[in-house]
Design a protein around this ligand. Structure first.
Ligand code: GLA
Length: 385
């Protein structure tokens, strides 16, 4: 394995343990997780790998293969490192493991992998979850999967400072081979839903680095909270947009600020779409599932306004191709990737059509990844609903 050879080369011996965690693609349920709603992601067959050994002291020496750089820090004073931002995911996870009572020892380690970065496929969640899985294995920690998910999310939110929801870390830890994962973000109940039939999950990378993603994401989080405030002022008992129903939008929507109504409409209809999508997937109706994906894209483009020209072009080209059941942007938006449900025998032609069409329309190159749903780092055989 490459990661073991890299460790051997850098540290001069074989590693004691290795661990890995996958990136993810969200099939449907976008911008719903931080509203306590529903999501349906799958872990993909692209991973971040860790290899390492214990040290007798409290020092961590970490090498990033992807950045060809190294850092050293003490477990006794874990601070954010602005000059090596790639190391902050590991630092954050280590810090919160210790804070929640898991005593770590020092370690020599290397990590790296093939999850595309800044593409909306959650490479940062994969680093966090792989770090948690690595510490668990190295030190035999009694660390539950959901606890690891929460710690990893905390590292992202509080240590790195990105106010994301829980979806990415959850799927990276608890995804399952050949399955998507239906998660209720309010109570973290989940179940795996088989991805059957002759279809492929094809991810197209627009190549647009999500420049706006960070600031606009925060704006959307705030707008959702404001919409909830306005519903409350109307006398509704709602904690998040998860508690708002379609009927409430129809009855009370006109009293809501116009922009907030658009944002709320996306979240409410998207939550409905996820539940519908799970039902039809369980019945094997992939055609209807694809239609729900197309509807999701429209809602993200027109009501939530987190798409961009490049993503829209990729989706439009995709939806015209034979064998394509559904296509939508995936992840936070403003760049990154689209996700496409494509009949197996059409996947190769689809790849060519996308690459050609994207070049013709915008003069840009698209990377296309045909993905398999994979096991998460701390995969559990059963769900909780
Ligand atoms: C990013 C965040 C997730 C989620 C998606 C949008 O990937 O990390 O928590 O909010 O955006 O669905």
């Amino acid at each position: 394995m490459v990661i073991e050879a890299s460790f051997q080369e850098i540290f001069g011996s074989a590693p004691e343990v290795t661990a890995r965690a996958p990136g993810r693609v969200n099939l449907i349920g976008e911008h719903t997780d931080y509203n306590n709603g529903y999501v349906l992601p799958a872990a993909i067959d692209r991973f971040v790998y860790f290899a390492g050994r214990k040290r007798a002291d409290r020092t961590v020496r970490a090498h990033s293969l992807d950045f060809a750089a190294a850092v050293e820090f003490s477990l006794d004073s874990i601070e954010r490192d602005p000059s090596h931002p790639w190391s902050n995911y590991l630092r954050g996870v280590s810090k919160y493991l210790e804070e929640s009572g898991h005593r770590l020892s020092g370690a020599d380690l290397v990590f790296g992998g093939d999850v595309p970065r800044e593409a909306g496929l959650s490479s940062s969640a994969a680093v966090e979850v792989a770090a948690a899985a690595f510490w668990k294995k190295l030190l035999d920690l009694s660390l539950g999967a959901v606890e690891a998910v929460r710690l990893s999310r905390r590292a992202e939110n509080e240590f790195v400072g990105v106010p994301s929801g829980i979806m990415d870390q959850f799927i990276s830890a608890l995804g399952r081979e050949h399955h998507a994962l239906f998660l209720d973000c309010r109570n973290l109940n989940f179940r795996h839903v088989p991805l059957e039939g002759d279809v492929k999950i094809v991810v197209c990378n627009s190549g647009v680095k999500r420049a706006l993603a960070h600031s606009e994401y925060e704006v959307r989080v705030v707008q959702c909270r404001e919409a909830v405030e306005q519903f409350r002022k109307m006398g509704m008992e709602v904690e998040t947009l998860r508690d708002v129903k379609m009927g409430d939008l129809i009855m009370r929507g006109r009293n809501l600020d116009k922009l907030l109504l658009k944002r709320a409409s996306h979240v409410v209809t998207e939550n409905d779409r996820v539940r519908e999508a799970v039902k039809v997937l369980e019945k094997g109706d992939l055609k209807y599932f694809g239609k729900l994906m197309n509807d999701s894209h429209k809602s993200l483009r027109d009501d939530y306004e987190v798409s961009c020209q490049e993503l829209d072009v990729l989706v439009e080209i995709a939806q015209r191709q034979p064998g394509v059941l559904g296509a939508r942007m995936t992840g936070a938006g403003f760049g990154g990737c689209t996700v496409n449900l494509v009949q197996r025998e059409a996947a190769d032609a689809f790849r060519h059509a996308i690459q050609e069409g994207y070049r013709e329309a915008l003069g840009l190159d698209a990377q296309v990844y045909v993905c398999e749903a994979s096991d998460g780092a701390l995969a559990s055989p059963t769900g909780t609903m």
